[in-house]
Design a protein around this ligand. Structure first.
Ligand code: FAD
Length: 410
C-alpha cells in the first residue's frame, strides 16, 4: 500500500502507530512529527529514574535512535503540526513545510494542568524530559511544595526524598490518590510517605501561589492557611492537548472524540492515546484514558484501523506506579459504592483489593502483587459473576478463576 500517513505527536501512541504501520506491511511514507527535541521515550520514567538521575535518556528511549531511519519512518523532532486543512487532506508544519496525507493520526497527548495562566517562575509542572532539569534544581534548593497527591505528585515526592530533598504535599481531596484508589487503600499510600517524612495535607482548596521577593513561594488556601517553600510543583493532573484538533474544526469534548475505530469527525483523521476520547459500546459512552499501556494499545489499534484492518475491543485500562520501591498496580473502573474485598495483607503491603459490582469484578488495586493484575484484567473483561466468598477465597488463585471464567464462556 503506498501513499502518505502523517502522525502528529511522537509519544508512545504516535510512535507505536508508526511501528505498527511498518510491521503490518505499509509501504507508503510515514512522517512522525514530534514537538519535543528527543526521539520517542518512556514518559513514565520522567518522574522516576530520569528525575532521580538513575538512568539517562538514552536508556529510556522507546527504540534506539537509528530505528526510525532503518524502518523508513521520517521522524521530525522539535517540530509541530501547526495546522490542518481537513478538506484538502493537508497539514502545515512549524518549519513551514506543507504535506498532503491519506490518513492523519492525532496523537498529541496531554499537557500538565496549571493553576494560573502565568505561574510564578518558581512554580513548575512536570510532563516532559525538558521539565526535569528545573525540577531537579528545585528539589536541590528545597524545600519543595507539591500541589496534588495524584500519581505524578506522589512519585515526585518519593524521588525527591531519594535525592535527599525536603517535601510537603497539599491536595484538595480527602485522601491521597483518591481518584484511583478507595479510602481504605489510600492510607497505605499516606503511611508510606509518612515513613519517609513526607506530610500530606488534605482538603486544601488553593487560592493561589505567589513568589516571595525571588526567594521562594507562598501557597495560600481559601480558608487563609499558608505554606512557604523554596519552589512548588503543580501536579494536579493533565488536560488533553486538543488545540490542533479544535482549530481544525474536529469534534472535541474532554479529548478528541473518536469512534471504536479511532476515527474523528473529519474524514481520514484518526486520534489515539491520552488525547482521544473513544466510544466504547460495552461502556455506553466515550472514555479517555491516561495510562501508558492504553496509549500504546490505542496507537497500535489506530494504525490497523488506518490500514482498514479489524480493530479489537479496547483493553481493560490499567496502570502502575512505583514509590520508594513499592509497586502499585490498578485496573478497571472502581466506583466508590463497589464492594471491596482484600486478598492478602494491607499491613504487610502485599495485597490486592478487588472492587465488585453485582458480583462481577469492576476494578482492582494491587500493592506488591504485579502479576495478579493481569488475571484481574481478564476477569473484568469476562464479566464473570461469583459470590463474594469465592472472590475472597485465597485458596483459589486469580489465575484459576480466569480459567473457570473462560471455560464457562466456551
Ligand atoms: C511524569 C509522568 C509519569 C507517568 N507515569 C506513568 C506510570 O507510571 N504508569 C502509567 O501507566 N502511566 C504513566 N504516565 C502516563 C503516560 O505516560 C501517558 O498516558 C502516555 O505517555 C500517553 O502517551 P501519548 O502518546 O498519548 O501522549 P504523550 O506521551 O503526551 O505524547 C504526545 C506528544 O505529542 C507532542 N505534541 C503535542 N502537540 C503536537 C503537535 N501539534 N505536533 C507535534 N507534536 C505534538 C507532545 O509534545 C508529546 O511529545 C505518566 C505520565 C507522566 C507525565
Amino acid at each position: 500500500m503506498s501513499g502518505r500517513i502523517v502522525i502528529a505527536g511522537a509519544g508512545v501512541a504516535g510512535a507505536t502507530a508508526a511501528r505498527t504501520l511498518r510491521a503490518e506491511g505499509y509501504t507508503g511514507r510515514i512522517v512522525l512529527v514530534g514537538a519535543e527535541h528527543h526521539p520517542p521515550y518512556r514518559r513514565p520514567m520522567v518522574s522516576k529514574d530520569l528525575l532521580a538521575g538513575a538512568r539517562g535518556l538514552d536508556r529510556c528511549l522507546l527504540e534506539p535512535e537509528r530505528y526510525w531511519a532503518q524502518h523508513d519512518i521520517d521522524l521530525r523532532v522539535a517540530t509541530t503540526v501547526a495546522d490542518i486543512d481537513t478538506g484538502r487532506g493537508r497539514v502545515w508544519l512549524s518549519d513551514g513545510e506543507s504535506l498532503g496525507y491519506d490518513s492523519l493520526l492525532l496523537a498529541t497527548g496531554a499537557r500538565a494542568r496549571r493553576i494560573e495562566q502565568h505561574p510564578p517562575v518558581r512554580v513548575r509542572t512536570l510532563r516532559d524530559v525538558a521539565d526535569i532539569g528545573p525540577l531537579r534544581e528545585a528539589i536541590e534548593s528545597g524545600p519543595l511544595l507539591i500541589i496534588g497527591a495524584g500519581l505524578v505528585g506522589l512519585e515526585v515526592a518519593a524521588t525527591a526524598r531519594g535525592l535527599g530533598g525536603q517535601v510537603r504535599i497539599l491536595h484538595a481531596g480527602a485522601t491521597p490518590l483518591d481518584r484511583i484508589v478507595p479510602q481504605e487503600i489510600s492510607r497505605v499510600v499516606r503511611d508510606l510517605h509518612a515513613e519517609h517524612d513526607v506530610r500530606i495535607d488534605d482538603h486544601v482548596r488553593l487560592a493561589g501561589v505567589a513568589q516571595i521577593d525571588g526567594e521562594g513561594v507562598i501557597a495560600t488556601a481559601s480558608d487563609g492557611r499558608t505554606w512557604t517553600a523554596s519552589s512548588a510543583l503543580v501536579a494536579i493532573g493533565a488536560a488533553p492537548d486538543t488545540a490542533l484538533a479544535r482549530t481544525a474544526g474536529i469534534a472535541v469534548d474532554n479529548g478528541i472524540l473518536v469512534d471504536e475505530r479511532y476515527r474523528t469527525s473529519a474524514p481520514g483523521v484518526f486520534a489515539a492515546g491520552d488525547v482521544a476520547s473513544r466510544f466504547i459500546t460495552r461502556r455506553g459512552g466515550h472514555e479517555r484514558c491516561e495510562h501508558w499501556n492504553s496509549a500504546l494499545a490505542q496507537g497500535a489499534a489506530a494504525a490497523k484501523s488506518m490500514l482498514g484492518q479489524p480493530v479489537s475491543e479496547p483493553e481493560v485500562p490499567w496502570g502502575w506506579s512505583s514509590q520508594y520501591g513499592v509497586s502499585l498496580h490498578f485496573a478497571g473502573w472502581m466506583q466508590p459504592h463497589d464492594e471491596l474485598i482484600v486478598r492478602g495483607s494491607i499491613e504487610s503491603r502485599n495485597f490486592i483489593a478487588l472492587a465488585l459490582s453485582g458480583g462481577a469484578l469492576s476494578g482492582a488495586v494491587a500493592v506488591g502483587r504485579p502479576r495478579d493484575i493481569r488475571a484481574v484484567r481478564q476477569l473484568i473483561a469476562s464479566g464473570a459473576v461469583r459470590a463474594s466468598a469465592d472472590w475472597a477465597d485465597e485458596s483459589l488463585d486469580l489465575a484459576q478463576l480466569v480459567g473457570i471464567a473462560l471455560s464457562a464462556l466456551r
